[in-house]
Design a protein around this ligand. Structure first.
Ligand code: WQD
Length: 343
């Protein structure tokens, strides 16, 4: 039987590449679009090693409507799309707001336009817990009010959500969409053939931790230990990227089955919050590595604490994470070691 084709924009990126694996293993045919603006071609080799086949790939910028039309025309029978492709660095977005608005909003508009032209009606969108800003109450549910974003990056995620709600509400509309609000994705595929590939000095915690353990960075600086949390460091909800990837398979299937509302929003996290120090100690336990770290000043813009209420995803999607924090961190370390072995 022919596999159902799902377009995966940003399919060479960190979360996108793991979703490609899970989609293929669930019986879909992922069709990757990526322009390698924040990923590398070697990801395609990793995917081929895991899957044993080369899935369709198009080197295209999602803002390029003509090139996007060519992909839809060539593939012929795309049934849905997952839109991962976006710029995602909070700090950089403050330096380059225009590029962030142009790329993140423009690519969604272009994708929606081309999907409509080709009658593709199912879209899963990569949103973020950043839309909640500094929440008044924890854990956050999907009904927790969003707050003014503290970066242009966060603002693009809120605007994209608004755009999707407006488009889906239009009387003539046929689009059905699921907005997945990711918490903090970590970890790597068990094969260590794909994982997070930060270009330059990592901004996110886990790649900084693994690079420190590998001797690439001298020490981790923990950004503040005087927050109102049990040990004073920030709380986040760290979700294994393979669990997160599986949420996309469930969401795509739900759209294709015609279940649910026209627009639905789900938190995708574990439902657990961990402090930065807990993560450091869990990493040490999981890997046997001693981590060199110091406490530094707070990072501007950091939310003191956030973690997900996952009741809705559990009840309506039947989605449940399975990996423990230690398992996720062990997989990040295995990936870091495989990177060190090739470079
Ligand atoms: C995690 C924790 C830091 C680095 C960002 C985006 C969010 C989302 C995921 C995007 C924080 C601390 C970090 C370091 C540290 N989506 N830390 N030393 O800020 O929670 O979320 O990524 O793509 O929208 O904002 O993730 O990994 O940067 O930080 O102490 O060197 O680790 O202060 O508490 P964050 P992060």
């Amino acid at each position: 039987m022919e596999r159902t084709k799902i377009l995966v924009t940003g399919g060479a990126g960190y979360i996108g590449s793991h979703a490609v694996v899970e989609l293929y293993e669930a019986g879909f045919m992922p069709v990757i679009i990526d322009d390698f603006s924040n990923s590398r071609e070697s990801v395609l080799t990793g995917l081929e090693q895991i899957l044993g086949v080369r899935v369709p790939f198009h080197r295209v910028d999602c803002n390029d409507a003509e090139a996007m039309r060519a992909v839809f025309a060539e593939e012929g029978n795309l049934r849905g799309a997952i839109h991962f492709a976006a710029y995602k660095a909070v700090g950089e977005s403050i330096e380059k707001p225009l590029e962030y608005y142009q790329n993140n909003i423009g690519s969604l508009l272009t994708l929606l336009q081309v999907m409509r032209e080709f009658g593709v009606e199912a879209l899963v969108f990569s949103s973020s817990c950043t839309v909640y800003g500094v929440p008044d109450k924890l854990p956050v549910t999907e009904l927790t009010p969003t707050k003014k974003a503290n970066s242009p990056y966060g603002a693009t995620k809120q605007m994209c959500e608004d755009i999707l709600r407006d488009v889906a509400a239009a009387p003539s509309n046929r689009l059905k969409t699921i907005l997945l609000r990711y918490f903090n994705p970590i970890g790597a595929h068990a094969s260590a053939k794909i994982g997070e590939l930060p270009l330059g000095v990592p901004q996110n915690l886990i790649p900084y931790v693994t690079q420190t353990a590998a001797g690439i960075r001298e020490k981790l600086t923990i950004y503040g230990d005087t927050y109102a949390t049990p040990d004073g460091t920030n709380i986040r909800d760290y979700v294994h990227v393979v669990d997160l990837a599986k949420a996309h398979v469930v969401a795509v299937q739900r759209l294709l089955d015609g279940k649910g509302e026209v627009v639905e929003t789900f938190n995708i996290g574990t439902g657990r919050g961990n402090t930065v120090l807990e993560v450091v100690h869990a990493f040490e336990r999981a890997t046997g590595q001693k981590l060199n770290y110091v406490i530094g000043p707070p990072r501007p813009g950091d939310v003191p604490a956030i973690y997900a209420d996952v009741t809705k995803a559990t009840q309506e999607l039947g989605f449940r994470t399975t990996a423990t924090l230690e398992e996720a961190l062990a997989s990040s370390w295995k990936w870091q070691q495989s990177l060190a072995a090739v470079s």
